[in-house]
Design a binder for this molecule. Sequence first.
Ligand code: 5GP
Length: 116
Amino acid sequence: MHDTIFHKIQRGEIPAQLVYEDAHLFAFRDIAPQAPVHVLFVPKRDYATLNDVPEEDAVVVGRLATAAARYAKAQGFAEDGYRIVMNCNGDGGQTVFQIHLHLLAGAPLGRFGTPG
Ligand code: 5GP
């Protein structure tokens, strides 16, 4: 079974600043924030990368996005705006192999997608 740092956070073996949890997912502050708000949304179901999510489990990914939007509304920055990102494998910059969605907000964000 594959075990990542996020599984350890889920089991409470590593501390994290949890901001949300329900039956399907949990969310906590990124340890190395790339924006004033940087929260990671992680499903409780196990998929190493987005490539491993079958079509019939699309709701798992959808819930990450809608939970991030709910959090943005609850925290009062939804209207100002935010960015959600999922990195996949090497070129995408993925470093933890349990799927997760980044929520970045709190300041105007730079453009993205340039190589390097
Ligand atoms: P990825 O690069 O896989 O898309 O994102 C992994 C994220 O997890 C990175 O932004 C990294 O800072 C964050 N991260 C890695 N280890 C820990 C940890 O132990 N605790 C927390 N809160 N975040 C972590």
